[in-house]
Structures are given as structure tokens and as C-alpha cells.
Design a protein around this ligand. Structure first.
Ligand SMILES: Nc1ncnc2c1ncn2[C@@H]1O[C@H](COP(=O)(O)OP(=O)(O)OP(=O)(O)O)[C@@H](O)[C@H]1O
Ligand SMILES: O=P(O)(O)O[C@@H]1[C@H](O)[C@H](O)[C@@H](OP(=O)(O)O)[C@H](OP(=O)(O)O)[C@H]1O
Length: 446
């Protein structure tokens, strides 16, 4: 079997890579047949429907910011406490913990956590060789040499100072699809393979945005499933507080709208999620069918939350003590968002200042990024992480619905969306986020 080189994510200022366990390589063509692109599946029992008009409401909701918290369930596994990890510019240093923590997530951010017994456990011995392969290799960023990570062009290194990481750092998934992640070798994180995400991560390794995304190391196969291998951003943090914020004013692709028109597939699960929050939300037709289209459900989620009004929404927060709150579906007006953010940062001025600084830097880089202007960035999140030592960082994650625009089309990420212009409101949301943090600082200093 022909072997292809492992993709080395660029590791600026981090010393040498050590991918000793990633030495078994598989020919890309052979492995294409194993592709398992995660695409939203349509559950049984669908009925047909029409694509509704976009409805955006901007009035603040009277509902209070609710605090339903859940204590994180934890499992320890895959511990290699004696191994030194590979370099990473995603970590910020700190105390490595010898275990990985997994919390079982539901498919819905509103659902109750499942028992720990249903967690996906990892029992691999990563001292054994693992298969890793890259597709659509980008020669300008992939180094052939394991020990000479290549620096991408236009590198802007404004990441917080990285520190050596241990092989296995604690990891928790705050929100997102259950079962999408597992532990990888050398403390890396494996996310179920998604072709569009892989393409983005690979391109991002050569973009000025590189310091603002997890390092990407190619595709790895485990148990006949392909995974994208990336840095665990939690590495180096000590009992971190984590927040996932979904960016942009639109959470579905233009392509999804087209598909919904051509072949509408109303979903019963989304109807159920909708009525669980607001019985009066579905239309009479939708009630009759007991199903709603995904685009309609996503639009409803946007207008219910701050996505429509602020261009971002809080998806979930995990505090240092392990408590998790994913009950932000109705966190819509600025005051509610500020209340949630203040709770997240523990009213710490240095933490807010760090986040504000990082977001301002990120905005500047985003405004000049070749990747960013040429992609519709939908459903992507900012992952905020800080800990009691004062370390704080923010990274862009989740590029499953980030698509290249048909050339020569570009977007500025601030112009309001109209079907066809592919605008996503990402930078408008970031502007609002920065303004909110700036105001928070003023209030906290009073
Ligand atoms: N590189 C990373 N390092 C650390 N944690 C991560 C990383 N990537 C993702 N996570 C964790 O996993 C969660 C879900 O990530 P992500 O949004 O990529 O998953 P998803 O299943 O695609 O989500 P969605 O349901 O929005 O499509 C994040 O909120 C975060 O807690
Ligand atoms: O947060 P909620 O209310 O549970 O809604 C989910 C959320 O919007 C996810 O982002 C979306 O996945 P994608 O971003 O990947 O589309 C998922 O669609 P899905 O059920 O089709 O996976 C929705 O069910």
C-alpha cells in the first residue's frame, strides 16, 4: 500500500512535533470508500411541506435568563500521563490532567443529559500505530518532515503563549452532536469526518486565521470510521470554564433552502423540539403534520435567540466546577446575554479584557483573511476557554457548514443576508460581541 505523509499542522513557537504513534499511513484513494460524511439525516415518517418565509422578530423577549444547570458526568480513560505531547499552538499551557472527560450529549441542546453509562468510551491503546491519511492535500502547508512543521504564509501569531502539553488532556464536549468526537493519539481530538470541514481546516492551516483555529493533522481511521484529527483546545487549561457561541445571523445554508424547496422533508423531531419550547410556535399546517422543515426550525431558533438580533448566540456553558448550562434557546436580548456572560466570566475584569483583546485581534485578521472572504461561514462557533489561573483564549470551531463561494463572489460578513448574496452576518455578530464585552468592562470597573 502506498503511504502518504501525515499532515503536520503548523506549530509556530512550539518546538518539535512528535507523532510517533501516527506512523501507519493509508493510501487516500483506498480510504475514500470509507468516507462517512456526517450530513443531517432525515428521520422516518417525514411528510411534505412548503418552505416558509424567513420570519425575524427583534423585540426583546420577556422571558428571564434561565439557569438550569447539570453537573458534568465524567469518565476517565485513555490516559498516557507520562508521554509528552506534540506541539500545539492551540494550547495555552497549564496543568495537564491525566484523564479525559466525556459527557454524553443529546442530539438536542435542550434535552436532558443521558446517563454516564451511555458515554462513548475510548479503550484504544494509542501506543499502537494508527492509520492517518490526508486527502486534498495542500502542499503549501504540509510538511514532509515530521520534525519540521511548516509555517503557513501570512502567519499572524497572536495566540496566547503555548506551553508543552501532555499526551492526554481533559476534554469535554459542551454542545453539538452526540458521538461526534473521540480521543485521539498524543492528546489530539478526533471529530467524525466531514468533507467540507476537512477542506476548511486544511485551507485554514495556510491562512492568516491559523492561530484562531485548532491545529489540523489530517484524517485518521478508527473502527472503520474516518475522523478529522485536531488539537484539543482545552489542553493546558486547568479546570476550564468553556463557552460555545454560534456565530452569524443565519444557521442554515442557502443550499439547504434550495434543497428544502426542491424536496421538502418536514421533520417530526424538530416539530417536537419546537413544541417543547413553545406550543404555539408551529403553524396550523405544521401542527397538523406534526413536522416542520429544518430550515423553518432553524429560522425559528434564530428568531427565538440572539442570533437574529445580535448575530451570535450562546449555545452552552460549562463552569469550572463541571456544571453545564445549555438552556439558552430563549436568551435573546442584550441584557440576557450580558447576564449569561457575566456568570460565565465570574465578573472577572482580566478575563473579560483578555476575551475582548482576543476578539479584536481576531476581527482584524478575519477582515483580511483570504479564506474568510471566500467562504459562507454558517453554524460555526467561537469556543471561549479560561481558567482560574487567568489563561483565556478564543478559537473558531465547527466548519461543517462552511462552504467556498462560487468565484468570484466574496462576502463581507456584515451586509444583511438576502438569498443569493451568501452573507452570514459573522462579523456583525463579532462587532456586537466586542461591544458587549467593552460595555461589560465599563460596568465592572465602576
Ligand atoms: N478542537 C476542540 N477542542 C476542544 N473542544 C472542542 C473542539 N472542537 C469541539 N469541541 C467541543 O465540542 C463541542 C461541539 O463542537 P462542534 O460544534 O465542532 O460539534 P458539532 O457536533 O459539529 O456541533 P453542531 O451540532 O453545532 O453541528 C464544542 O462546544 C466544544 O465543547
Ligand atoms: O440546537 P438544536 O435546537 O437541538 O438544533 C440543532 C442545531 O441547530 C444544530 O446546529 C443542527 O445541526 P447542523 O448545524 O449540523 O445542521 C441540528 O440539525 P440536525 O438535527 O439536522 O443535525 C439541529 O437539530
Amino acid at each position: 500500500m502506498t503511504k502518504t505523509p501525515v499532515t503536520e499542522a503548523p506549530c509556530q513557537s512550539m518546538g518539535e512535533n512528535n507523532h510517533s504513534s501516527l506512523n501507519e499511513l493509508v493510501e487516500p484513494v483506498t480510504r475514500l470508500k470509507h468516507q462517512n460524511v456526517r450530513c443531517p439525516t432525515v428521520p422516518a415518517g417525514h411528510v411534505t411541506g412548503v418552505v416558509p418565509q424567513l420570519v425575524v422578530t427583534c423585540e426583546p423577549t420577556p422571558s428571564r435568563f434561565e439557569h438550569k444547570t447539570t453537573r458534568t458526568n465524567a469518565l476517565s480513560f485513555c490516559s498516557h500521563p507520562d508521554e509528552e505531547s506534540v506541539c500545539s499552538d492551540s494550547g495555552i499551557g497549564g496543568s495537564p490532567a491525566p484523564s479525559l472527560l466525556y459527557r454524553k450529549l443529546s442530539n438536542s441542546s435542550s434535552a436532558v443529559l443521558s446517563p454516564a453509562s451511555s458515554f462513548e468510551e475510548c479503550d484504544e491503546d494509542f501506543s499502537e500505530p494508527c492509520a492517518i491519511v490526508t486527502r486534498n492535500s495542500a502542499p503549501e502547508v504540509c510538511s514532509e518532515s515530521k520534525n519540521e512543521p511548516m509555517k503557513p504564509r501570512n502567519m499572524v501569531n497572536s495566540s496566547p503563549a503555548p506551553a508543552p502539553l501532555r499526551a492526554a488532556s481533559p476534554w469535554v464536549q459542551v454542545v453539538g452532536h452526540a458521538g461526534n468526537f473521540r480521543a485521539g493519539p498524543d492528546g489530539k481530538l478526533l471529530k467524525k469526518y466531514c468533507e467540507s470541514e476537512q477542506r476548511c481546516l486544511q485551507k485554514l492551516m495556510g491562512d492568516s486565521l491559523r492561530p484562531y483555529v485548532p491545529g489540523y493533522y489530517g484524517i485518521m481511521q478508527q473502527d472503520h470510521q474516518d475522523y478529522n484529527t485536531m488539537d484539543n483546545l482545552l489542553a493546558g487549561f486547568d479546570s476550564p470554564c468553556i463557552m460555545d457561541c454560534k456565530m452569524g445571523t443565519r444557521t442554515y445554508l442557502e443550499e439547504d433552502l434550495r434543497k428544502a424547496r426542491e424536496s421538502p422533508q418536514p421533520r417530526k423531531d424538530m416539530y417536537e423540539k419546537m413544541v417543547a419550547v413553545d406550543l404555539s410556535a408551529p403553524s396550523p399546517d405544521e401542527h397538523a403534520q406534526k413536522a416542520v422543515l429544518k430550515t423553518r426550525y432553524m429560522q425559528w431558533r434564530e428568531s427565538l435567540s440572539s442570533t437574529a438580533t445580535l448575530g451570535f448566540r450562546i449555545e452552552g456553558i460549562q463552569k469550572a466546577d463541571g456544571t453545564v448550562n445549555t438552556n439558552f434557546k430563549k436568551t435573546k436580548c442584550k441584557e440576557q446575554v450580558v447576564e449569561a456572560l457575566q456568570d460565565f466570566v465570574g465578573k472577572s475584569i482580566p478575563v473579560v479584557r483578555s476575551y475582548q483583546k482576543r476578539l479584536k485581534e481576531m476581527r482584524q485578521v478575519l477582515e483580511n483573511s483570504d479564506f474568510f472572504r471566500a467562504h459562507e461561514v454558517v453554524g460555526s462557533s467561537l469556543l471561549f476557554i479560561h481558567d482560574r489561573t487567568g489563561k483565556a483564549g478564543v478559537w473558531m470551531i465547527d466548519f461543517g457548514k462552511t462552504l467556498p463561494l462560487p468565484p468570484p463572489l466574496t462576502v463581507d460578513h456584515r451586509t444583511p443576508w438576502m438569498e443569493g448574496n451568501h452573507e452570514d452576518g459573522y462579523l456583525w455578530g463579532l462587532d456586537n460581541f466586542i461591544d458587549i464585552l467593552t460595555n461589560m468592562l465599563l460596568v465592572l470597573k465602576e
